[in-house]
Design a protein around this ligand. Structure first.
Ligand SMILES: Nc1ncnc2c1ncn2[C@@H]1O[C@H](COP(=O)(O)OP(=O)(O)OP(=O)(O)O)[C@@H](O)[C@H]1O
Length: 349
């Protein structure tokens, strides 16, 4: 038994969960010429631009290429244009200029053909608090005219299991934690086989445990062969989960590529483990090291660009510094971001 609609707020709360029958369907005829399949990129945009009424340029000539099979992180501070891009990709808003293709087909023109293969979660799931998790999914699936009602029960159960909510399926959604609500939102995107999942800030607002759950779910989905495109303002999240990344600031793309490649193009900081970090800092500063950070038994710094690391190490030893470990640290995505923009990564935008 469930409450009657209205007893706990009749409408969905939260953002949008987008499915095949999106508003983009009505914007043009279905393109039946191009293949839905193909080895090409799963998402491709060329010069994609959105200027809002009032003049705000939210996305500025974006050229994005998302390879099949990638876990693609769309990274940028708040307000950098991520959500606006995703809304254009899903046909929820019209671009001002430029083009976008999903699974090799132009959107919004071929949205009707392509969106059933795309699961999306934007700004949190739209849930009815008075319905159970299971009934939320049943209702969601029933609103999709292309979903087969005969397989509904089985598909709902499978999606709940997939996100680890099988045991909580009979609980009302209002009793779910934020993390469970987010997983239920993901389940709604998984009611049908998807070739692409688009997730807008999927861990936003979650506690560390909830974040871990969503991240490991994303990894599992990717391991099953689904391409995942996820936006985030968290560098370490992208580093932990993604194979590829595109970096946005102020509506513009700064760079895109593999996470490993991006970090590899940047020299990591020099790290020295020693019981004499103060003396080590003095010696290294004398030889041009900058941004020296000293902790109890370790220091890190930016070595001068032309430094010979062997000579720096010899200088430390000659000065009587007892060196336990010495060498460049692996560059992080944050180092790459700083190198690209000359700024720290300010999540407040
Ligand atoms: N409907 C709108 N009308 C006018 N300006 C908008 C609208 N939607 C977004 N913007 C503006 O466009 C810019 C990009 O916003 P967008 O939401 O795409 O950024 P974001 O990177 O997703 O950030 P967040 O994580 O905060 O959502 C911002 O300056 C925002 O204020």
């Amino acid at each position: 038994m469930t409450d009657s609609p209205g007893s706990d707020g009749a409408g969905p709360v939260g953002g949008e969960a987008v499915d095949g029958a999106g508003p983009a369907d009505s914007t043009g005829p279905v393109d039946s010429t191009g293949p839905v399949d193909g080895a090409g990129p799963v998402i491709e945009t060329r010069g994609l631009t959105k200027r809002f009424r009032g003049g705000q340029l939210a996305v500025d000539r974006l050229d994005l290429t998302v390879p099949a099979g990638s876990v693609f992180g769309f990274l940028g501070p708040n307000g950098s244009g991520k959500t606006t891009t995703i809304r254009m990709l899903l046909g929820l808003i019209e671009p001002t200029a430029g083009s976008a293709a999903l699974l090799g087909r132009p959107v919004p023109r071929a949205a009707r053909a392509v969106l059933p293969q795309v699961g999306a979660l934007i700004e949190g799931p739209a849930l009815y608090g008075y319905l159970t998790g299971r009934d939320n999914l049943v209702r969601y699936d029933a609103a999709d005219p292309s979903a087969d009602p005969r397989t509904r029960g089985a598909r709902v159960a499978a999606a709940l299991d997939r996100v680890g909510l099988g045991a909580a399926a009979g609980k009302r959604a209002r009793a779910y934690s934020l993390g469970m609500k987010q997983r239920l939102g993901l389940a709604s995107a998984l009611l049908r086989p998807r070739r692409l999942l688009v997730l807008d800030e999927p861990t936003n607002g979650l506690d560390p445990q909830g974040m871990r759950e969503i991240r490991s779910l994303v990894r599992e989905l990717a391991a099953d062969g689904t391409t995942v495109f996820l936006s985030s303002h968290l560098l370490d999240e992208i580093e932990q989960v993604c194979t590829h990344v595109a970096v946005m600031t102020g509506g513009r793309l700064i760079t895109q590529g593999t996470v490993a490649g991006l970090a590899a193009g940047v020299r990591g900081r020099l790290g020295v483990t020693t019981p004499d970090p103060g003396e080590a800092a003095r010696v290294l500063k004398e030889r041009g090291a900058t941004d020296v950070v000293v902790t109890e038994s370790r220091l890190t710094c930016e070595a001068p660009p032309d430094a010979d690391l062997a000579e720096l190490n010899a200088a430390l030893v000659l000065a009587g510094v007892r060196v336990r470990a010495f060498g460049p640290e692996r560059a992080s995505l944050e180092d790459a971001f700083v190198a690209l923009t000359g700024e720290g990564f300010d999540v407040a935008g």
